[in-house]
Design a protein around this ligand. Structure first.
Ligand SMILES: *[C@@H]1O[C@H](CO)[C@@H](O)[C@H](O)[C@H]1NC(C)=O
Ligand SMILES: *[C@@H]1O[C@H](CO)[C@@H](O)[C@H](O)[C@H]1NC(C)=O
Ligand SMILES: *[C@@H]1O[C@H](CO)[C@@H](O)[C@H](O)[C@H]1NC(C)=O
Ligand SMILES: *[C@@H]1O[C@H](CO)[C@@H](O)[C@H](O)[C@H]1NC(C)=O
Ligand SMILES: *[C@@H]1O[C@H](CO)[C@@H](O)[C@H](O)[C@H]1NC(C)=O
Length: 345
């Protein structure tokens, strides 16, 4: 039974990957969440890498049902994450997540998934240099990094103050040296006041105090797209862009008008329909990705994550603040990594 199950899973993994490549009916991103008692994929209390913003159980989350859901694509099976298979396939390779704290969220899930599956005597090292934290699986020569970049484009200190440079990506020289890149940016584009880490915006030859933020976001993504087309060797480097990670502060989006956060949510939305629809920023991401000439894949996590109003830390984090933006680890980012796994292995 065990063997047949695994065979089925592997076969379906192969079939779904083929079907995806053909752009035909098996879409790993369309589906629903089903209860699965074999989940979660690891015990978060044993993972040494989780930062205090995402360590929900450690900070007292009492309901644990949110750990028990598996993403079920309607027309195919999502292969189960096999750490050893992954490390063997990626042997000698460097993988880097680039983006804001949501990228850190996915990176932490990835290193926990791997940590949980490896023998305790495995040589795993962790090192932080400048903006990059890297965990290396020395026995496989695989490294998995996260490069913290809120906007992907540069912020430069100048005489007039900090300038968000919509046309410039100097950190790209560090990124393009990797074999797999997974990008993400969105969270910071609407931040203002004390949370805004720049004073001016430079676009073309102009410096302005502020601009329509969605336009600003689109311009930065275009700069990123041009950078991929001109600088990245996609024969060597596989490039993903992560779709917008949704937050849950507006109950009307999930048929609970008047609710203003995720604090009481303990189960996913049943089914595939999210009343809130596709976020405007996600449409921008998809438009820009369509304009990239080189091979870039969308890690289309938006809809499946929208259904997980129960997946956020809410008040169970080190700061006790209400966080319906990030995700508990273990939790929803494990599925993002299963989808990444399906695309890579
Ligand atoms: C995908 O395309 C290949 C080659 O064109 C074809 O042999 C295969 O049957 C297709 N698979 C699906 C699921 O459509
Ligand atoms: C992303 O997934 C959603 C939900 O399945 C789908 O409606 C949308 O078309 C997908 N986007 C892309 C660009 O494939
Ligand atoms: C782990 O790998 C690092 C880098 O190769 C090496 O310096 C270190 O000695 C190894 N540690 C053990 C316990 O093998
Ligand atoms: C870290 O940043 C410093 C200062 O910008 C730079 O000189 C150094 O080369 C960087 N280190 C690495 C490994 O990139
Ligand atoms: C979702 O709804 C279906 C029927 O509409 C039901 O059978 C199933 O148990 C529900 N799932 C969850 C997780 O509530």
């Amino acid at each position: 039974m065990g063997e047949r199950w695994w065979c089925l899973v592997t076969l379906c993994g192969v079939l779904s990957a083929t079907a995806l490549a053909n752009g035909s009916k098996c879409d790993l991103y369309s589906g629903s969440w089903v209860y699965d008692d074999s989940y979660p994929l690891y015990d978060s209390s044993k993972c040494p890498h989780i930062r205090k913003e995402y360590d929900c159980i450690k900070y007292g989350r009492p309901d644990l049902t949110y750990l028990k859901f598996r993403w079920h694509p309607t027309h195919c099976l999502l292969p189960r994450f096999d750490a050893e298979e992954f490390l063997k396939k990626m042997s000698g390779k460097k993988i880097m997540f680039v983006g804001d704290s949501v990228s850190v969220n996915q990176w932490q899930s990835m290193v926990c998934l791997l940590h949980a599956a490896l023998p305790s005597e495995s040589n795993i090292t962790e090192e932080t240099i400048n903006s990059t934290t890297t965990v290396t699986y020395e026995d496989y020569g695989v490294s998995i990094s996260v490069f913290l970049s809120h906007y992907l484009v540069d912020i430069e200190e100048t005489e007039i103050g900090r300038v968000l440079m919509l046309d410039s990506i100097t950190d790209g020289d560090v990124w393009k040296d990797n074999d797999v890149l997974i990008f993400n940016t969105w969270l910071w584009w609407y931040r203002r006041g004390e949370k805004q880490p720049w004073d001016y915006i430079e676009i073309g030859a102009n410096i302005v105090k502020d601009m329509d933020r969605m336009v600003t976001f689109r311009e930065a993504l275009r700069t990123w797209a041009d950078w991929v087309d001109s600088e990245v060797d996609t024969e060597k480097t596989t490039v993903f862009f992560q779709g917008v990670s949704p937050s849950h502060y507006n109950g009307a989006d999930w048929n609970e008008p008047g609710v203003t956060n995720c604090g009481k949510e303990t189960v996913p939305i049943n089914g595939s329909i999210y009343k809130g629809g596709v976020p405007a920023a996600e449409k921008v991401v998809e438009q820009v990705l369509n304009s990239v000439k080189k091979q870039v894949s969308l890690l289309n996590i938006t809809r499946l994550s929208q259904l997980r109003k129960d997946g956020h830390p809410s008040s169970y984090n080190a700061f006790k603040g209400m966080d319906c933006t990030h995700w508990c680890v273990a939790g929803v980012p494990d599925t993002w990594n299963q989808l990444l796994y399906a695309a890579l292995v």
